[in-house]
Design a protein around this ligand. Sequence first.
Ligand code: SF4
Length: 739
Amino acid sequence: MKKFSRREFLRISGIGTAAFSVPAAFAGIIPIDVHGRNVAIFNSKFRKGIHTICDLCPARCGVIGFLRYEDIVAIQGNPNHLNNQGKICARGIAGVNQVYDTDRILHPLKRIGKRGEHKWQPISWEQALAEMSRRLQQIKNSKNENQFVFQADPHRLRGLTKRFLQAFGKPTLLTGGSYQDFNRQSANQRMWGVDRGIADAANSQYFLIFGGNPFETHPDFVQFNQRLIQARLNKRAKLVTVDPRLSNTAGSSDEWLPIKPGTDAIVALAMANVIVQNQLFDEQFINRWTDVTVNQLKSYLAQFTVEKAAEQSLLDASKIERIALEFARKQPGVTLTGGGLTNHINGFENERAVMLLNIVVGNIDRRGGICLPRSFPIPDFAPLELSNSTMTDFEFFETVSKNQQRVDFYFAYKNNPVYEYPNCELTRAVFKNEQQMPYIVVMDTVMSETAALADLVLPAATFVESWDLDSSPSYEMRPFVALAQPVIQPQGEARALGDVCLQLAHRLGGAMRNRLNWEISEAYFHSVINRLDFVPDDEGLIKQGIWYDREADPVYESYKNGGFQTKSGRFELAGSSAEKRGLAAYRPIQEHIQLQKDELILLPYKVNVMRNDLANLKWLAEIHHTNAAIINTKTGRRLKIKTGDYVILESKIGKMILKAHLTEGIQPQVVAISEGLGHWEYGNVARSKRFKSEDPDTNFLWWEKQGNGTHPYFIIPVAIDKSGKGQGWNDTKVRLYKA
Ligand code: SF4
């Protein structure tokens, strides 16, 4: 690989010392005409595009930010990007709203009133950094590094942040709220050493989805869906969705199976049984590459008949059998799982049971199957090992509330646990308690529910104002590396987290400074790019926003060279010798077995355009801003409730009131509520407040009278699957009655 000096790097990228003051001279600028897109009414000479990466969800799509003079006016997909191929979702487009949000935090703020009183004093970064580094030094001196608690989404715990946390010692790491699927990760890690498989969707002929709604919430939303649609159109691939709710995906499927929540494992095991009984299994793969034999598998699965599965799941036995046979005969096909499957207290076993379907047909890391992730190893960018291995993330604040965990310094980066954790009331009480949480720092773009209770609030740069590198799993089965670079100067005094890590490390000195010995994050990314020996064309990476080997063909069945990343080197269905768990089991959720006449299972669900942390983006809030208690028409008749009636939902920890909506599109024992609404902080748009500002749109908030919806996490208690450490978001039993 050609090595280049900083001077050469700056020449290639067009970045000089005046980079931020002259954005049109930034890295990888392309004239709009290259892609022939018409993004704005301005004359094309004012529109310049700069490649970067969207970080509003873990999909990390390649995007282009378009400038008019020094303002970003549009965000569109980067057609060069291997994964998203020029397409992005509504959230990425609305990234512009985040930059110019009139509620955006633009300066460091220090609390001067009581917690939650909203009394703030703007302070300098110097003062903020001095205060934080003094406290961090005290923690280091006392050798109680785990009393520094750092919370961020996993895809943000990389690069300089990872270096900072590793150099600090062993801080306690919390990795996010309801989007974190610990059960799925943990089950996959133990089976084949990866967090999740990647569906080779473009080459599949059958998609069997359990509890997933990819048309709204897949972690690789754009990447996966465009290939699924391609397979549907080009290969007439079949789509079957097993879900209690007629989601957008279920509604677009060939068949919808409205399953009783939490019973997926027995359905998947019965399907696997049908496949092996009909001799449709891949004997060679099972015997050679798993830790069980075909005979062991056959005799274990024999107990799971379709009749038993039908009794538990309330599905039709003949349908379970037919779908199983279809899936096995119409290969290559894949199963796909989502939070509807894994966000249960039996979610770990559910994930293992569904994976068994891919195993019996042997469609692992094969064309059109469920594949190992293909990505490049970037120094500092591998997942950070979590230190709090005995603590489950969602139990953390409960433990603090019982004074069983000490927290001297809590830092959240674009995370909002007061809103995003189960039992919000308990988490809110912990954050208000100055004995239990003596020092809280939140770095974010808006005043979230957690930031409102902080001692120090720091203005965070958005993704179009920051550097980053990414090698997410490839959906073309060839790895790539992509570069994020600033499209514009950070607004106000906002800074990137990497720069704050550098500045804190320099103040702490010693080994911390040695590990983070760059002046600015740009210089760090320059040094990382220089070390990417597999990239022969740094200039291409900078100009195109992505590099991959265009000559390389996808390689399948890579496990045949060296095995799977497990102790045995095999796909571990029964567990390693150190941790023998046996084959996937069905563990019924006891609370759901006997439901009284007015009792239902609460199912919170995610809507594509309304993530919990995007509620203040005006284009998204205009699309989705209210929610209802969605119940089946039969349930409504039984409880004498009509659409539009106010109803009360009561769980063992609280009550909420909202309007009912009746539909045929939901399993009769379920009440569903969309998430991401009902903010009590977070800015005016999130709270549906019309107001006057320099942005004329804020005075046209036409949905003000409809309110801003309700937030179901207030009535969802902490309920942990001990095997996978995931939260049982979908297990709360509620009483539903007229208000
Ligand atoms: S799927 Fe949407 S939000 Fe996620 S990275 Fe892509 S454009 Fe951004």
